[in-house]
Design a protein around this ligand. Structure first.
Ligand code: GLY
Length: 347
């Protein structure tokens, strides 16, 4: 088992390794004592994994309640959020109790926000079951639901008290969803670690999952420790994401987040090369790594079509857009780019 300790406004451990999910009862007991537990999952994850988690907790003497919602991004909305808050109130949870978000990114974001809001904050444990949630969304405290105007527009920073990353959960993950997570893994290689990039660039990484997840979480931890509230360096984690959000929106969310990130990374690496904004060409390497991990590298949407969506992004502020550009594999930088210049680059 690997332990990565996050030192943000709250200090907490991310435990990574096969079987760490079984530590849930003893960790809850040592962190919070004798508390009640609300398990939150979508219907897909509930069918596969909720009984096991609940039985573990009940066998250790914990009183549990479950809140299960329909899977998919469409559930990450204020209505489901308030249903969860009403559930916590109906079941008479207190702020000393713990909410366990067992699932992918939607569950972590929704559960994390509910834990922050309920009685101004109850304890939170994240148990990610998708690769994307393990390497990205379960760590770092970003929580949110979507509004009609866009994704993640209503949220808060709420660091969890514990994250349990068990790669065994990934054996039930559909291949499409595994690939989505690989887009974020490739991203970490491009922005911060050439050795990680080399480890994953040929695909077939299932025998090294603990090592790879640990490296990604460590990179994310280092960024979050330095810039928890996303006012500077944390923007680097958004490499490929500005165009990705536009691609997701333009496709009415038929292109998944991971696939949109893959395409967004290629488009931005191409721009960096075309405009002399990188030290070494890296587009071809990124494209090969993505292809080898069953990810797309392009879309029919033209850059100019994506531009309108880009300017709606909440990260587009003060007449400029922060573009995250690769210098070379393993190093990237943020460049505040005036909107007019960005439009010229994208046209
Ligand atoms: N997913 C990007 C971040 O946590 O900042």
């Amino acid at each position: 088992m690997q332990t990565v300790t996050v030192n943000a406004s709250k200090q907490y451990d991310v435990l990574i390794g096969s079987g760490v999910r079984a530590l849930l009862p003893e960790k809850i007991s040592s962190l919070f004592g004798s508390v009640r537990v609300c398990l939150v999952s979508d219907d897909n994850v509930a069918r596969l994994h909720l009984d096991e988690a609940e039985t573990l907790l009940q066998n250790a003497g914990f009183n549990c309640s479950r809140f299960v919602f329909p899977h998919g991004e469409a559930s990450k909305n204020p209505t489901v959020l308030f249903e969860l808050l009403e559930h916590l109130a109906d079941e008479r949870f207190s702020r000393k109790d713990v909410l366990v978000a067992l699932g992918g990114g939607v569950t972590g974001d929704l559960g994390g926000l509910a834990a922050a809001l309920y009685m101004r904050g109850m304890h939170l444990v994240q148990i990610p079951t998708s690769l994307l949630a393990m390497v990205d969304s379960s760590v770092g405290g970003k929580t949110a639901v979507d509004l009609k105007a866009g994704k993640n527009l209503a949220g808060v920073f709420n660091q969890p008290d514990l994250v349990l990353c068990d790669p065994d959960y990934l054996s039930t993950l559909p291949p499409e969803d595994f690939s989505d997570g690989m887009a974020e893994v490739v991203k970490y290689g491009v922005i911060a670690d050439e050795a990680l990039f080399d480890t994953v660039k040929d695909g077939c990484i299932k025998d090294r999952l603990t090592q790879i997840i640990t490296r990604c979480v460590t990179i994310k931890r280092d960024v979050v420790d330095e810039d928890e509230f996303d006012t500077g360096r944390r923007a680097l984690l958004n490499f490929g994401h500005t165009l990705a959000h536009a691609i997701e929106a333009k496709s009415n969310f038929t292109v998944s987040h991971g696939k949109a990130v893959a395409i967004g990374m290629c488009r931005i690496a191409a721009l960096a090369e075309q405009h002399g904004l990188c030290d070494a060409p890296c587009l071809k390497q990124i494209q090969n790594a993505l292809t080898n991990n069953d990810l797309p590298t392009d879309t029919a949407f033209l850059n100019a079509e994506l531009f309108d969506e880009v300017t709606k992004d909440k990260k587009c502020t003060g007449g400029s857009i922060t573009l995250i550009l690769p210098r070379r594999i393993g190093d990237c930088y943020a460049r505040a780019t005036p909107i007019d210049e960005c439009k010229r680059m994208l046209s």
